[in-house]
Design a protein around this ligand. Sequence first.
Ligand code: ZN
Length: 147
Amino acid sequence: MNTLMVCPGCGAKNRVPAEKQHLAPKCGRCGLSLVGAPVSGLVNQLVDAQFHQRVEQSSMPVLLDFYSPTCGPCRMIAPVVDALAQEYAGRLLVFKLDTSSQQMTPARFQIRGVPTLMFFKDGKMVDQLVGAAPRSDIEQRINRLLS
Ligand SMILES: [Zn+2]
């Protein structure tokens, strides 16, 4: 399976075959290392320190899943979020942030409960869904985000 790795430097989308991802791929446009770069098509784990670069400076729309490992509804929607990340590969970057270990980003967006899904476009939060929403609801929000 090819995956799209988004360059943390210039935002270029790099198509990297799965079998080559261990070979320390570099960005085809600017040459920066893509090791650890977010992949469009997968759910990428995010920590507070990466928020600015990965979300606010993303050239691609972003879905961010605020979750906690001990929360049942979060575990319920996790496979849905996984499937949607695959479905929208190349058009959307999907991250998840563990609110039990990361506090800065949840505090900044006044997250009151998990799961909370937030949608970002051009670095700005434009939409959010609180609670375990059905897949069709999440998909509708994504389509609006991408339109
Ligand atoms: Zn680059």
